[in-house]
Design a protein around this ligand. Structure first.
Ligand code: NI
Ligand code: MN
Length: 229
């Protein structure tokens, strides 16, 4: 089964898993580095890691247009349900559910999660996806470094996506430590260069990953796609 992940810039990603389109943290219209517009986004499922605007901005419109099922923590799922989205699935940290595209578990993330209108958005999450043929993809989403990334790594991670921007999330140094804890086969850096505050040198970071770990680092430009065989 082919698995692809397209990075749209910032933390917005599209994954195609067993033919299903998964859209993660859609932020297009106000995203200065987005490679697509909200109208171009396709989704069978929309995954929301936490409530901040740079992860939720276009979710409501895309969910309404596509009829996609929105997956998030229980509080965020309820918030979207109150906004008129019928297909929502609430989970919580540590809990997994078997969807048609695979088994999706919500993982710990050290961050905030207030909704754009100030509503309580529960706890922020990362996502651990086990595809139907056993591939493991860990999206850390917005988080600082935490030692239990080692536990996630024990599952045997094929691909992880880590923030490297610093200020709001892990910076390059802690993201390198995260790679060492998770020990994935492949890593993709995100959540950098969107604004001046989080400008980084991803190539330099990738060189450090190559030099100090056995993980392959893949630096994408917004709009580029990574494939896992
Ligand atoms: Ni955030
Ligand atoms: Mn963010």
């Amino acid at each position: 089964m082919a698995f692809t992940l397209t990075w749209y810039g910032h933390a917005s990603m599209g994954m195609i898993v067993d033919g299903y389109q998964l859209l993660v943290d859609p932020y297009f219209g106000d995203n200065p580095v987005s490679s697509i517009t909200a109208d171009q986004a396709e989704a069978d499922f929309i995954l929301i890691s936490h409530g901040h605007g740079d992860h939720t901005a276009d979710a409501l419109g895309i969910a309404k247009r596509t009829g996609a099922t929105l997956i998030a923590n229980y509080e965020i799922a309820n918030w979207y349900e109150e906004k008129g989205i019928k297909n929502v699935h609430g989970q919580h940290l540590g809990g997994g559910f078997k969807y048609p595209f695979g088994y999706l578990k919500l993982t710990l993330a050290l961050h905030g999660s207030a909704m754009p209108d100030g509503s309580y958005g529960g706890n922020p999450a990362g996502f651990l996806l086990t595809t139907n043929d056993g591939k493991k993809i860990y999206l850390a989403c917005d988080t600082g470094l935490f030692g239990d990334m080692r536990l996630i790594g024990e599952e045997g991670i094929d691909l992880t996506v880590l923030p490297i921007g610093d200020n709001f999330t892990m910076g390059p140094q802690d993201a390198l430590r995260a790679v060492k804890l998770i020990q994935p086969k492949h890593v993709i850096p995100v959540h950098f260069d969107t604004w001046d505050l989080i400008v980084q040198d991803p190539e330099k970071w990738a060189e450090a990953v190559q030099a100090e770990t056995s993980t392959k680092a893949h630096v994408l430009k917004p709009g580029q796609t990574f494939s896992l065989d």
